[in-house]
Write a protein that binds this ligand. Structure first.
Ligand SMILES: Cc1cc2nc3c(=O)[nH]c(=O)nc-3n(C[C@H](O)[C@H](O)[C@H](O)COP(=O)(O)OP(=O)(O)OC[C@H]3O[C@@H](n4cnc5c(N)ncnc54)[C@H](O)[C@@H]3O)c2cc1C
Ligand code: FES
Length: 271
């Protein structure tokens, strides 16, 4: 059952957990989020501050769900300063989510991308598939969900850091390209900085592999009305955020190249 709820409601935080540098998870009980599909997101609202999209990073763990927030600006710093018992506003879940596909999938995550991919890893694991997962970050203290992933995936987790402070020294996209050379994967999932995803897409195309990538654009309405999240003929909020290989190929002149800011002005994609 996947519910699409535009109902505004507020939930009380039952816990707030620090995950890694600059990142916290907010845990809450919410009937609508219990029905989310991996890859869907919520619109999270703090009165007088902002309303922003956040992936559902855990779905119905004993009735509880969570979002995982990297502090990058006013709203995310405020979210990360909340405590147990505080309340946040929610709309959603929104978006299409990932499609479970393939017996031998490769996952590539960077930045806060593991937040979106984690529920999919857990769903696949429950169904008997253990994906190979490349988890990248700038440094060891910024690796998101490294412990949770290691517990689920064991040796199938490969960690990479740009500065070499843990695991492979270099970019996650580079390690993923090497793996695609060596092994026969049948699906690639990726979420993270867009320039990383654009490289993963190129590698997957080079090997003729299907891919699903979760894109970020500036989301306002989340229901396909305002057009602020447009990329090519698509609206990321509603047609995405997960794009397959055909959709990515249709938007390749913008994917990894340009996006709209809050006021609808076209700006370069920088990370
Ligand atoms: C579908 C989707 C899922 C996301 N999931 C997560 C997640 O699980 N964890 C996480 O930490 N971040 C996630 N993000 C990114 C997150 O929404 C932004 O980091 C957040 O909105 C920044 O708000 P701010 O006020 O802190 O920063 P600001 O200073 O306002 O902006 C910092 C950056 O965030 C971007 N941003 C600001 N507002 C929005 C908005 N309404 N929509 C999209 N981007 C925005 C800006 O373009 C800018 O690049 C997701 C984004 C999308 C589109
Ligand atoms: S955010 Fe309004 S159309 Fe997508």
């Amino acid at each position: 059952m996947h519910i699409k709820s535009e109902k505004n409601r507020t939930v009380e935080l039952t816990d707030v957990v620090s995950e890694c540098r600059d990142v916290s998870s907010l845990i809450f009980r919410d009937e609508e989020t219990r029905g989310a599909k991996p890859g869907q997101y919520l619109m999270v609202w703090l009165p007088g501050v902002d309303e922003v999209p956040m992936s559902v990073s855990a779905i119905d763990m004993d009735g509880l769900s969570r979002i995982t927030v990297r502090g990058v600006g006013e709203m995310t710093f405020k979210l990360n300063s909340l405590s147990t018992g505080d309340r946040v506003g929610l709309r959603g879940p929104f978006g299409n989510g990932y499609t479970v596909q393939g017996d031998k999938p490769l996952f590539v995550a960077g930045g806060s991308g593991a937040a979106s991919l984690m529920p999919l890893v857990e769903e696949m694991h429950r169904q008997g598939t253990t994906p190979t997962f490349v988890l990248g970050a700038r440094s060891a203290d910024m690796l998101l969900f490294a412990d949770r992933l290691e517990e689920t995936l064991g040796e199938n987790l490969i960690v990479s850091t740009d500065d070499g402070s843990r695991g492979y020294s270099g970019y996650a996209s580079g390690y993923a390209a090497m793996l695609m050379e060596e092994d026969a994967f049948d699906m690639v999932y990726t979420c993270g900085p867009e320039l990383m995803m654009a490289k993963v897409y190129q590698s997957a195309r080079g090997h003729g592999l299907p891919i699903q990538a979760s894109l970020e654009r500036y989301v306002k309405c989340a229901v396909g009305l305002c057009g602020n999240c447009a990329i090519g003929p698509y609206r990321v909020c509603k047609d995405g955020p997960v794009f397959d290989a055909d959709m990515l190929s249709e938007v390749r002149s913008e994917f990894g190249v340009s996006q709209m800011d809050a006021s609808g002005r076209l700006i370069r994609v920088e990370h």
